[in-house]
Design a protein around this ligand. Structure first.
Ligand code: ADP
Ligand SMILES: Cc1cn([C@H]2C[C@H](O)[C@@H](COP(=O)(O)O)O2)c(=O)[nH]c1=O
Ligand code: ZN
Length: 195
């Protein structure tokens, strides 16, 4: 269980920002965990802004929605830099599906944290081939707090860290849900990967 480093109100001048990353495979609970942290910040009456890349319109144009249908209002943005302006004077910034931003998200997260904000980023750490999903490696390096969550392997029921693509498409970006992907453990992922 992740314990919030500090959540109460304090003088904004004294606030040190930081970066939290929530990573894992598809269906591992990244979005649920992001929503949980953001809702707790809202309960603490903090100013919260939530963003997602505008290409991710799977469930809803504006909301960040988990596979379990929990949701929170967000602002879709095309470019990572848009977040700096739109974050304004908020205290907490949440960003879902960070793997769909380019490397400039690393600079954006740094600027936001250096200006005293709590920055919470959620996204895939690996693509459908089991390779690192840029820019997640850089984000993991600069984060103060990293949480890796796990799904359940759809083949054997063990813990899953991989997102197995059910179609033959080789494009790195292929938006989808259960019709296109399933969570797999290492063994079940690699034994079927190149079949
Ligand atoms: N294979 C699976 N393993 C775990 N949870 C699953 C699986 N398939 C569907 N789910 C559902 O997905 C929810 C997590 O959804 P979500 O937070 O959107 O995950 P992520 O953002 O990591 O894709 C779980 O609470 C569960 O209801
Ligand atoms: C593995 C992988 C996934 N995607 C897409 C599929 C989904 O639209 C999102 C991940 O969503 P989730 O909230 O983590 O379930 O990413 C992709 O485009 N390419 C991939 O390799
Ligand atoms: Zn398995």
């Amino acid at each position: 269980m992740f314990i919030e480093p500090s959540i109460g109100k304090s003088n904004p001048k004294d606030k040190k920002g930081h970066i939290e990353v929530i990573c894992g495979s598809m269906f591992s609970g990244k979005t649920e965990e992001l929503i949980r942290r953001l809702n707790r910040a809202l309960i603490a009456k903090q100013k919260v802004e939530i963003f997602k890349p505008s290409i991710d319109k799977r469930y809803h144009e504006f909301d960040v929605v988990s596979h379990n249908e929990s949701s929170i209002r967000s602002t879709p943005v095309q470019f990572a830099e848009d977040i700096i302006l739109l974050a304004g004077n908020c205290e907490v910034v949440g960003i879902d599906e960070v793997q769909f931003f380019d490397n400039r998200i690393v600079h954006v997260a740094t600027v936001l944290a250096n200006s005293g904000k709590r920055v919470i980023l959620a996204g895939l750490d690996m693509d459908f081939e089991g390779n690192a999903f840029e820019p997640m490696p850089q984000l993991l390096s600069i984060a103060e707090y990293v949480t890796k969550v796990h799904a359940i392997c759809m083949k054997c029921g063990d813990l899953a860290s991989y997102s197995f693509r059910l179609s033959a498409t080789k494009d790195k970006v292929l938006l989808g849900e259960k019709e296109s992907y399933e969570a797999r453990c290492r063994k079940c992922f690699f034994e079927d990967k190149d079949k």
